[in-house]
Design a protein around this ligand. Sequence first.
Ligand code: G6P
Length: 612
Amino acid sequence: MCGIVGGVAERNIINILIEGLKRLEYRGYDSAGVALINQGQVLRERRVGKVVNLEHAVNEANIEGSLGIAHTRWATHGKPTENNAHPHISGTVAVVHNGIIENYQELKDNLESLGYVFTSQTDTEVVAHLINDALKSTSSLLTAVQQVVPQLKGAYALGIVHTDHPDELITVREGSPLVIGVGIGENFISSDQLALLPITNRFIYLEEGDIARLTRSSIEVFVEGQLVQRPVKELDATVSTVSKGEYKHYMLKEIYEQPEAIQQTISQALNSNALRADFLAEAVADFKSIQQIQIIACGTSYHAGMIAKYWFEQLIDLPCQVEIASEFRYRTPVIVNHTLYICISQSGETADTLAALRDTQQRALAKNLNIVTMTICNVATSSMVRETKHSLLTLAGPEIGVASTKAFTTQLAALMLLVLKIGQVKQSIAVEKMTTIITDLWHTPKVILDTLQQNKDILRLSELFVEKQHCLFLGRGTEFPIALEGALKLKEISYIHAEGYAAGELKHGPLALVDNDMPVVILAPQDDMLDKLKSNMEEVQARGGELFVFADENSGIKGKDRQHVVHIPSISPILAPIVYSIPVQLLSYHVAVLRGTDVDQPRNLAKSVTVE
Ligand code: G6P
């Protein structure tokens, strides 16, 4: 999604802005631009494609300045063209925007009737013209912005500069993320603190509705015209946590970071063989009261929720529903008393999940219902974490690859910790069962490490996928969501059409697709469903399908003609989905690399989907 970087400093900040945009590339984008204020002029450059194109343009034009805004655009209104790229200018005000102005058409009609000429198809351009217009009746840029904001409907974050105000940068947060990076004699803004880590580790997290004025030496935050205080927080993350290191891609690095990431996530909750008393202690009273669970999520996080449903119902007898946030938010679901609503999100900013949460909270309030909200998230400072009563962090560290890997497996680890905690509070899980799962959880990072040793074999298999057009992934039980996740990974980064199915559904449709040319990936841990899965494999082979099987080392499944097998170290069936995520991630990664796609930033996709 769109990314914003801006700054006001004593020094020339063009390189900081460009470097910041590069660090936001992971969010997904299709064009980029920058505007600097210098000696009463707006110096703007915009380019379609990668930030490096913009960097060349900026170098050629040799522009510089100590006040400026920059942007990566992910097209919503209007194609990815140079004219549609931000910043947008009206008079000498320049604006960058992340989000959507929903009532832009009405505003545009009005502005056109006043004589404003639009040079883009974007919703953003109305903001530039509105501020320009407001400046006719005030000389204060802040006041002009404060007058314009109430006219805008939708979700947005803005960065604004003007030639008559060479010492100030105005920023707005209303529904899209924005942080202020606090420097010494200089201050910055960005959609994500990662962009500013090379310059500072001190941040102010703006709240919805905040409008801020930054100068070189001051930061003022206003809510409805009143000055408010926002705390400055220091962040632990360092620049090195967001570099590729020895790896060719972030995705590969993040796949290999999973043993450590899972270790971190479970360490916050576990002693050697029990849950720590302080783990989610503040939520115990709420957990006692809940009678069912509703999970809301999108994409890969939704698949994590699907697995948790099996766990909640099978292990602690608690009814659990899971739904895609974009459906949940619009279908007026019944809000049920004593339900724990869990948002799962690596970013904590996904527009649909956030909207579903807010809508649920409002409706529960209106009906005086007693519900509890919780977020499972990888970003401690995110909107979702702030807006739910409880939160459980996946301590995966920054994830840059658009295709989620370590954020997903740590979500699974966190969800299992939550299942155990609620089971303990409700006394619905036997102590011995809990101890066994905890022992197995501690063992999981090592099993993942051993699974990563199969990388070479998986690379060999991936060579057989390069020319394929389609692929099926099959699994049963908690491996069904892993089949969906494997298919999602393969399509998002290699652009091969892939479908995930519950293997029991084979005869109800997908078997018709199976022929000599159809690779079928099978997830075969050592569980109660293994024999049934073996029958499904026979059905595929009988129709000439080629099998690629990730099978437990004790499953008895062996390689043969048109049946390629990679053995996966044994793991208890309940935790198998965590481990079986690894081979499907590696398979997709290698296929994508062999096909020459942009692994970390697949076309048309974004990491942080802050518009619906
Ligand atoms: C995007 C990302 C996916 C992610 C999904 C949900 O599509 O590319 O990796 O699973 O959004 O995002 P969330 O941050 O809510 O987990």
